[in-house]
Write a protein that binds this ligand. Sequence first.
Ligand SMILES: Cc1cc2nc3c(=O)[nH]c(=O)nc-3n(C[C@H](O)[C@H](O)[C@H](O)COP(=O)(O)O)c2cc1C
Length: 154
Amino acid sequence: MTNLSILYISIAGNTGSFVNDLQEYATEQHQINPARPTITLTEISDATPLKAETDPFYAFVPTYLDGGNGIDNGVKELMTNSLGEYIDYADNASLCRGVVGSGNRNFNEQYCLTAKRYGQQFEAPFLADYELRGTSKDVARVYTLLVANLHQSH
Ligand SMILES: Cc1cc2nc3c(=O)[nH]c(=O)nc-3n(C[C@H](O)[C@H](O)[C@H](O)COP(=O)(O)O)c2cc1C
């Protein structure tokens, strides 16, 4: 397989910026070595109609939580629910190969918690995390992880 599909949601643009950098990096890597996959991006928002996916994908989700400590009392997910609903639709969860989370470490135990919760809910591995818009090192690290995962699962 020479393409890797990412579904993502981005409220304030950080995740959008990261996955665009990742896509650009993937294109460069593919030019160096055609065996390395390119990346297709699909943004999910409240306006996205639910659709049954037919190909494997990776989900990228930031964390927006209200209240709770993220461990032993309730957390309420804000803003990002439409991606969770999309993955939950039809058999989409079975095609989700992994979840990559982003957030802000100032949130301590709640750091990237939505991605971890999606991983549990959809029985997909929590593959990686990065803060805010990520760095070029994060881009290279996450790409390497995705490629390794892609090879494992085929
Ligand atoms: C109201 C609000 C709540 C947030 N809650 C969390 C949180 O619980 N854990 C975390 O890691 N980051 C939290 N963040 C940080 C965001 O996840 C982070 O800014 C992320 O990069 C936003 O991605 P986006 O720009 O693609 O929407 C919160 C940010 C806001 C504005």
